[in-house]
Structures are given as C-alpha cells and as structure tokens.
Design a protein around this ligand. Sequence first.
Ligand code: SF4
Ligand code: SF4
Ligand code: SF4
Length: 360
Amino acid sequence: MPTPDQLPRSKAEIIFIFLFLPVVVGFYLIYKYPLWFADELDAFYLFGKQPAFWYGLTYTTLVSVTCLYILVRGRNAYSIRKEPEPLNRYQKGKFSMILFSQLCAFFLVPFVIIPLSRGVDFWHDLPTEPVKSAHVYLWPAFTSLGTALYVFVLITLVVYFFGKRYCSWFCSCGNLAETVGVTPWGRKWVMKYTPRGEGATKLEGVQKIMMVLALVTGVILFTDLMKLASVETIVEKSLSFQYFVTDLIFGSIIGVGSYPFLGTRIWCRYGCPLASWMHWLGPTIKTKFRVVANGQCKGIGLCTKTCPMGIMVENYAHKDKTPIMGTFGLKETPCIGCGGCISACPTKALSFKNIMNKNE
Ligand code: SF4
Ligand code: SF4
Ligand code: SF4
C-alpha cells in the first residue's frame, strides 16, 4: 500500500490549490487592512459581523469537525495501515484539548460569550481595527501585565514540564496545523513537502532573528509605556514591521498559504518568535521533555516523514539500520511534542520520556 507521500496530486487537489492561494492572499489583505480597499472599517462586515468573526467560525468549524472525526473514529490518525490500530491515549488527549481550546478559548469566549455578556447588539459589530498580533508574537508581553504573566510565567512552567506541547495541544495556529496534518491531503503535504535535511535545519536560524526583533519591539514599547523614552517614529516603525511582516506576510499569508507546498509548520518552524523563545527556554530551564528510542527500530523512516517540524527522528533510533537508544529534546530539536512520530512507528520504538519516573 502506497504511503501518502507516494501519491501524486489529484485533480481535485490541484483545483483546490489554485483557488486556495488567491483566497488566502485576498482574504488576509482585506481582513487585516480593510482601509486599503475601502473608506470605512466596516466596509467588509457581513450580516453585521466583522471578518474576524467569520474567519474564526470557519477556522473553528474546520478544526472542530476534524477533531470530532478523529475522536469518534477512534483510529490512529498517523498510521499508514488500511485498518489502523485504536487511537492511543496521548492522541485522544491531544485532539480533545485542541477541540476544547479552539472551540472555547479561541471562538466562543471572544466572539460569542464576551459580546453577549456586554449586552451589545450581537449582529451589529462596531467598526474596530482588526487584531494584528493574533498569535502572541512575544512583544505583547511587554505591554500588559496579563500577557507578561502568560508568556513569562505560565509558558515557562509549561515548557519545564511539557516542552513545546503548547504548540501541538493548545495554540490556535497549531490547532489548524495539527488537524489539517491528519487529513488525507494534509498528511501528504507534511510527509512529502516538509523541508528536511541540513540546509532546512540551518535556515531555522531565521526564527531566532524574528524572536530578537520581537523582543526589541517589546522593549521599545515598554520604555514608551513607562515614559522612559518615547520616540514616536521608532515605536511606529517597530509596530508596523510586526504588523505587516510578522503578522501579515509571514504569520498569515506564508504561514497558511504554504501548507500545500511546504507542509503545515513553516511559520511555527521559521517564523514564530514565541516558538523560538520556548526553544531557547527549554534547555535553559532544563525541561523534562524528551523523546526516547528503545532499541526496537527497524529503520523504516516513517517517524521522520511524519514529523511536521522536519526533524530527522530516525537518526535517534537507528544508525545504518542498527537500532540505537538515542534521545532528543529541545536542546537538539524544535520538537513540539505532537507525538506523530511515536504513533506512526510500526515497531513502537519511540516514546516520550516518563517525567514521573525519577530513574530516567
Ligand atoms: S510555533 Fe508559535 S504559532 Fe506555532 S503553534 Fe507554537 S506558539 Fe503557536
Ligand atoms: S523509529 Fe520506528 S518509524 Fe522511525 S525508523 Fe525506526 S522503526 Fe521506522
Ligand atoms: S519529533 Fe515527533 S513529537 Fe516531535 S514534532 Fe516531530 S513528530 Fe512531533
């Protein structure tokens, strides 16, 4: 039976890609910069609701329906077998959490519960500036105490115990990547087109630059907020860069638009400043997160092909087809703990380190 990466693009997939690209570019431009195309902020509101609502509804529906399908089907979504084995506890937990976070934290609370609790006319949104830092790009942590606690305290604790699982269990961007990545086309995009190898890994340095730029923006905004230094043009230029380059071009258009060509995690691997921060944090605070190989590897390589982060997983499980008991964590790789490699391995040669076992 051919693995998903061996299948050519079908006609339906090619038509989808032709429609997908202009829709992604056009939609994000109108959504983030409506005043480029019209005189009023609410020019593109539909049935009185802002584009963010319809975007959130579509996004959440796609993620939720896929999660429900995986959970109800109850079969290993990473297996290449015709009759996959049952979905394991880890993946059940992951897809349940994705469903919960996407539905509640990223849609119902911001778009339904908060507007209703304010007693405003639900079907008549007031003209508002679109959000241009939707994916916690690190710099907002310098502008409010709540976000600072979230990024510097909560996420630090999460990284210590769970590594970068925030990216595969909770983050809204990651929710789309995880769910699309287990659909038939999405699996092929991940397995066939995710950049791998030395060059692709070296290029991950771009993400460090994105992190430094986000931190610099954060410090500029903080000094401005504290009235320590307020150079209006520098504040404006830094924010414009974050809004236009980081949020629109990289995070939105390339981040989503590149799914069919480069897999589902290009933004998460090369762009997201928060991911780079977590990657740096992991070894610094000695995170307990690791993936371990148990010496049962047969060198089949499905783990590497399944990894959406382009990690050469098999290098830790065999050397020239001879099994080894290697291990990796955030010091060696940008692993997001999705568990895809573990679920894909037919010989059960991989697992997460058990953080409750003190002997390991
Ligand atoms: S890398 Fe960034 S955008 Fe991607 S899932 Fe992680 S936190 Fe979210
Ligand atoms: S760890 Fe499993 S999937 Fe990866 S190469 Fe070895 S046998 Fe194949
Ligand atoms: S190494 Fe495994 S757990 Fe880590 S990101 Fe890749 S597939 Fe997911």
